[in-house]
Design a protein around this ligand. Sequence first.
Ligand SMILES: [Zn+2]
Length: 98
Amino acid sequence: MQERILVAEHSKRPKGVEITLMCSSGCGTEVSREREYWREGEYWVLESLAQAAYDVRCESCAERKIEIERRARELTSVTPASWFDPAYAGEAWGEDNY
Ligand SMILES: [Zn+2]
């Protein structure tokens, strides 16, 4: 459920609410996150708890996810990755090798 505050009573954006959630990767780490208000017509609407809890990751899980995505981009790239050595691999980096 969303909480609404009349904009007229709060011309400035109200301060968010700090909550503690579990990392969504399931590592068991608690993550603090601020639930934020945004403006919807005449109201400041507080981000729902479900929205705030969506894809919450602790720092190390977030870094791991970025690293996996970077690696996936590198491997599917047309240009050879910086670590690719054709002499060592005995093959070329190209579409035929996907
Ligand atoms: Zn985590």
